[in-house]
Design a protein. Structure first.
Length: 378
């Protein structure tokens, strides 16, 4: 037998996908697993992009995106978050996931450490490990999901290459305060390490949101990951971007180029149209209404809920209701009342479940009824 990369052999399949696929075995299931917007891409955006595809040969795009789309992305951030980017700070990617993967390829040498907060997006540790880096898990559960200088200092070592923060956070829906961000920015400014800010949910905030892009003092150490999947409901278009220090852009471009050559030209056109003509597209209020309903409903059942301030998830502590581990708990709910949710262990935190608010209110209310039925029966 031919040996393979040992890193790939050790990786475990995503529990989010496990639950999603398990849910397909049941009829009449309410699937609250995958974080994919249910609100459609703007119809006129799709129509204009398809018209472009009909009338133009779809050739290979420029690696990293044309100057036009990169300028549009830079201007979008500058207008929204008071940053000072230009086209030379931008690399277009095939979704935020590839942006992250290429980011790690760019900055990590074997043995480098990347600090990530727990609970975390499940793809973070495997991506780091595939680049022969070491994910260092900073558990912020004890600080009520707040980041402090004390906790940061505890996990930084001479091998630390970067701190990775997801803001707004998947799975908690938490949004960092300006005061928290200032602590992080000061901490980064004092050290030769990168700050990677995954801001892919930045358009889905219920209250105030500040981007790390507004902190000029860390611009030479800041890498921002974002995309169009959540902001414009364009998941299948697979278009994202990296904002990075200009002096490192060539390195980031090399990493993405030797991974996939270039993004799809039609998706890049769709991104251009989105930024130029659909800047007012906003679905945050819809998800806020769902989040407020679900948080209140779950608390009445007996869950302890971290009330989200952004994204479209509820992260709920069920330990007062069941002693099962989170995987067994979610599987039991699926089998008995046909509601599919994700176990907290998938995000590095036991005793929780994540509920994706990516179905309409009618289905969320039905899911609550089924959960009430589940707990009455045990």
């Amino acid at each position: 037998m031919i040996g393979l990369n040992k890193k790939t052999e050790k990786l475990k399949y995503s529990l989010i996908r496990v639950l999603k696929e398990e849910a397909t075995k049941y009829s009449d299931v309410i699937n609250l697993t995958i974080g994919e917007p249910d609100i459609p891409t703007p119809k006129n955006l799709v129509e204009e992009a398809m018209e472009y595809g009909k009338n133009n040969q779809l050739n290979y795009a420029q690696a990293g995106g044309s100057e036009k789309i990169r300028t549009l992305v830079a201007e979008y951030y500058n207008k929204k978050y008071k940053s000072t980017y230009n086209a030379e700070n931008v690399v277009m990617n095939v979704g935020a996931s590839e942006a992250l993967s290429s980011c790690f390829k760019t900055i990590i040498n074997p043995g480098d450490e990347v600090v990530i907060t727990s609970p975390f997006y499940p793809a973070y540790p495997p991506m780091i490990e595939l680049c022969y880096g070491i994910p260092v898990i900073l558990n912020i559960h004890e600080t009520k999901f707040k980041i402090t200088r004390k906790t940061l200092e505890k996990y930084i070592t001479p091998k630390t290459k970067a701190i990775l923060l997801n803001n707004p956070c998947n799975p908690t829906g938490n949004v960092m305060t300006l005061e928290e961000m200032e602590v992080v920015a000061d901490f980064i400014s004092e050290r030769d390490i990168f700050l990677i800010a995954d801001e892919v949910y930045s358009s889905l905030v219920f209250y105030e949101f500040y981007s790390f892009a507004s902190f000029e003092k860390i611009k030479d150490k800041l890498i921002i990951i974002n995309g169009f999947s959540k902001s414009y409901s364009m998941t299948g278009w697979r278009i994202g971007y990296t904002l990075c220090p200009e002096r490192y852009r060539k390195n980031f471009l090399n990493a993405t180029f030797y991974t996939l050559s270039c993004p799809m030209s039609l998706s890049l056109k769709g991104a251009e149209i989105a930024l130029e003509k659909f800047s007012d597209f906003n679905t945050a209020d819809i998800y806020k209404e769902r989040a407020e309903y679900m948080a209140s409903a779950l608390e009445k059942i007996g869950f302890k809920v971290l009330k989200p301030k952004g994204a479209f998830y509820i992260f709920a502590d069920y330990t007062d209701l069941s002693k099962l581990d989170s995987f067994k708990f979610t599987m039991d709910i699926l089998e008995k009342v046909k509601v599919a949710v994700v176990p907290g262990i998938s995000f590095g935190t036991e005793g929780y479940i994540r509920i994706a608010l990516t179905v309409d209110m009618e289905k969320l209310k039905e899911a609550v009824k089924r959960l009430e039925k589940y707990f009455k029966a045990i």
